[in-house]
Design a protein around this ligand. Sequence first.
Ligand code: SAM
Length: 222
Amino acid sequence: MNSMEIHPDRSRRSTPSPAAKRQRYDRLAPFYDLLDLPFEHRRYRTLRPQLFEGISGTILDAGVGTGRNMPFYPEGSRVTGIDFSPAMIVRANQRRAKLGKDIELLEMNVLATTFPDQHFDAIVATFLFCVLDEDLQLPALRELSRICKSTGVIRFLEYTYSNDSLRRFVMRLWAPWVRWIYGAGFDRQTERYIPEAGLELFEKRFVYRDTIKLIVTRPAGA
Ligand SMILES: C[S@@+](CC[C@H](N)C(=O)[O-])C[C@H]1O[C@@H](n2cnc3c(N)ncnc32)[C@H](O)[C@@H]1O
């Protein structure tokens, strides 16, 4: 059995309300970059550019956070970043101003966006689905599927439990802290819902050890 399937994270948690989840990120926003700094420098900053390779046109960065992906947005593309936390949007605005980039930033829930059907050429989401509880994985994927062009692509960077026993043990020690601070889990089953969301899995590969994966999906039948 896969380690992702046996992990008991979910059985121990109570699900916070949507407002509580948003407030968590509102509180976290001023410290987010500082808290994430070691991971950003040792892991994420070399992974983020891979997400944008070969994409152009209208791009959505779903769960934009403080705008850590911004330096890697492809030149000439029209990027919209959404986040349900107003305070994270404030931080993203600051980064946008610093970089002098033309990026649209909107406060919006990924579960119910206001974009028309088939609006984006590409959608990226970095470490968003590990924050969404298991029961929100399918609704979120469905919404992204709806607003992605039939010729478009959706790419995710997400954590998963390692199959290496020592590494998995360390991740399990970290899990309560990650849950408490970020509301995130390493045990999300995002790929499982891809077909039901009207998408097909195009590519899945590990980009950092066997703990961070790049998932590439496309609208089914494209
Ligand atoms: C772990 S952070 C990742 C931020 C950024 N993508 C990055 O790579 O640094 C997750 C982000 O998703 C946002 N988020 C969580 N649930 C959301 C939802 N339902 N709709 C929109 N944004 C959401 C949080 O506010 C937070 O900014």
